[in-house]
Write a protein that binds this ligand. Structure first.
Ligand code: OAD
Length: 233
């Protein structure tokens, strides 16, 4: 079975109705990234940060996976598929993808402020207990916080992601501006004979321009093109 690795970003979920970060009208136009998505911002004003992610979580409950998410999940029968995503939503899982690596954490999980990467402190949030509030405690007694990798923090899932990319026969990058490292550096780990496709309606500045096939379309239409014109030969 051929191994396909997807690397997805905010554009993957744009058609589901979740804003991207750096497009016009994107989240970072309305919020200061340093305030709401950095460890320093959280230390300065935890309530602001908790509220920001409480809002994101409430938005997530209202949206559904798009056709692109479903087409990716549908490949599980014919390929050994791993999805490496920078997205903190759970739309790949809800579409049915079996193997998903979240580089930047998961919106529907919470963890300890003192030991964010201690698996024993990670808990699931649900529709019934959707918010994290000041005073909510993790297992170790510290303030509960979103299970999100903020700027200024380690990215523990980068190691398993590198391992997956380095074994891929086919690497498909969808909806990421490739601005944020270490995620953007994953392409470098692709084998020389790995086929690389990049699906994005805009031109993405790709530092390593080695034989990438560009599909300049949105995630769903781009996935249809990929499957019909490139995968099914
Ligand atoms: P960006 O907002 O930087 O990039 C989104 C990409 O999606 C752009 O290249 C768009 O052209 C593309 N796009 C827009 N609509 C699309 C569609 N319908 N189909 C396909 N692509 C589309 O988002 P990311 O690269 O994911 O991290 O951002 C990376 C990280 O920066 C995020 O995980 C987040 C952010 O700060 C943290 O918060 C830690």
């Amino acid at each position: 079975m051929k191994k396909i690795v997807f690397l997805t970003g905010a554009g993957m979920s744009a058609e589901s109705g979740i804003s991207t970060f750096r497009d016009s009208g994107g989240l970072w136009e309305n919020y200061n990234v340093e305030d709401v998505a950095s460890i320093d911002g959280y230390i300065r004003n935890p309530e602001l940060v908790l509220n920001f992610y409480n809002m994101r979580r409430r938005e997530l409950l209202k949206v559904q996976p798009c056709e692109g998410h479903r087409l990716i999940a549908g490949l599980d029968d014919q390929y050994d598929v791993t999805v490496v995503t920078q997205n903190v939503d759970n739309l790949h899982e809800r579409a049915g993808s079996k193997k998903v690596i979240h580089l930047h954490g998961e919106l529907m999980k919470a963890t300890s402020s003192d030991n964010p990467n201690d698996a024993r402190c990670v808990v699931d949030l649900s529709e019934e207990s959707i918010d994290i509030n000041i005073g909510d405690k993790a297992k170790d007694g510290s303030q509960l916080r979103p299970f999100i990798v903020w700027f200024g923090e380690n990215v523990p899932m980068i190691e398993p992601a590198i391992e997956e990319v380095s074994k891929a026969d086919i690497l498909i990058v969808i909806g990421t501006s490739l601005n944020v490292y270490p995620a953007a550096g994953l392409l470098r780990y692709a084998r020389r004979d790995c086929e690389i496709y990049l699906i994005d309606p805009k031109t993405v500045n790709c530092p390593d321009n080695y034989g990438i096939t560009y599909i300049r379309k949105g995630a769903s239409e781009g996935m249809r093109t990929l499957i019909n014109d490139y995968l099914i030969k």
